[in-house]
Design a binder for this molecule. Sequence first.
Ligand code: GDP
Ligand code: MG
Length: 459
Amino acid sequence: SLSDRLTGALKDLRGKGKLSDADIDRTAREIRLALLEADVSLPVVRGFIAGIKQRAKGAEVSGALNPAQQVVKIVNEELIEILGGETRRVQFAKKPPTIIMLAGLQGAGKTTLAGKLGNWLKQQGHTPLLVACDLQRPGAVSQLQIVGERAGVPVFAPHPGTGIGGENLPAENGWVPLGVSSGDPVAVARAGIDEAVAQHYDVVVIDTAGRLGIDEELMRQAADIREATNPDEVLFVVDAMIGQDAVSTAESFQAGVGFTGVVLTKLDGDARGGAALSVRQVTGRPIMFASSGEKLEDFDVFHPDRMASRILGMGDVLSLIEQAEQHWDQQQAEEAAAKITQGELTLEDFLEQMLMIRKMGPIGNILGMLPGAGQMKDALAQVDDKQLDRVQAIIRGMTPAERENPKIINASRRLRIANGSGVTVSEVNQLVDRFFEARKMMAQMSGRMGFGPAGRRNA
Ligand code: GDP
Ligand code: MG
């Protein structure tokens, strides 16, 4: 499987200290094979690999992760990106009813999805109406009625018992009004929307007919329904298990009918995930929902990050990576906090901190928790870039010994530093004074807060 191949490809990198270009190329080749094997289409694979290579080569060596973990992280992030990044929400109409049309091959799971969508919409506080426009397949209408009943969502359908073929029904015999052919899906869709308007349903879900393969008539019918109903969303429903075929089917539907979003079904099966990767990339349309079973509850909004870890099959590895990174940040912040509480902050730390606080980095967050530090943070945030540059220049103009132990900075050293960094002696004095003040203040504050010993206050 894709997961196995990726795991295999990455295993070789474990224990390496640093990634060489050759390592990256070799890993990229393995990942490429793995993706192709998982039915991801070639252009998608190419783009994906190019992105991975570029990022892996430019990747900064992270203190938190080993090289293999770094590659997993990059692959995961790129997968999420390729799967759409953010979750795309349903676009509801400003003026109800919102119209959602379902399209796709026969057996893709449209009718099942109609029930799930109805159920989900109801849970979101909507009042959906399902409309049965698959008038082709025998039993399709009653299938939707059963699904609707299970979900507790009303179904608009031609009167049961009427076949296809266009016979007209008297209104009192069923849902379809006089003059509307029960064999005409466009007319049923229109009548369904009229019903929704009259009865104040706020979402209409239109179930349509599919075929076993792409054919002209199917496309024309779906396009006609789309044209007649002007849906807010057209969802292309695709069986995640059909692999490469998903791409050509999606392309045909895109060209013949057009759609605004994709729903992946049968993710409970042995789907290799390649279809998901490709459909999104090839059509440029977001995957919006995922179906993973026959029951109403086997349905969720599509989450690119979850799909990525499914494809990678590395849920455990990914959460380990996350933990490692969090731990690393925390460790650094704790080290800095310990220095602060012990009054051991150096000018080097001070400079680093100024830069970090401005970026609201981890130390900034820790400081933010100390009373009074908020003010300091605000003050620092107001320091403009020019001033900060000057502070940086002054500190850089000091010897390591001076930065480490600012108490040794006497008058002659101050003059040397001022000359070396192109500022006045009084600016150097100001900085050094400010530093001692800040160090004292922070040690006292953290001592009072019980974050550690009050420190030696050696300022
Ligand atoms: P339609 O022809 O597009 O309307 O497809 P249906 O909704 O009739 O579904 C075809 C078959 O797939 C039915 O037997 C469904 O129960 C089944 N099905 C639909 N969605 C899923 C799913 O997410 N997982 C599984 N395992 N089966 C599904
Ligand atoms: Mg159906």
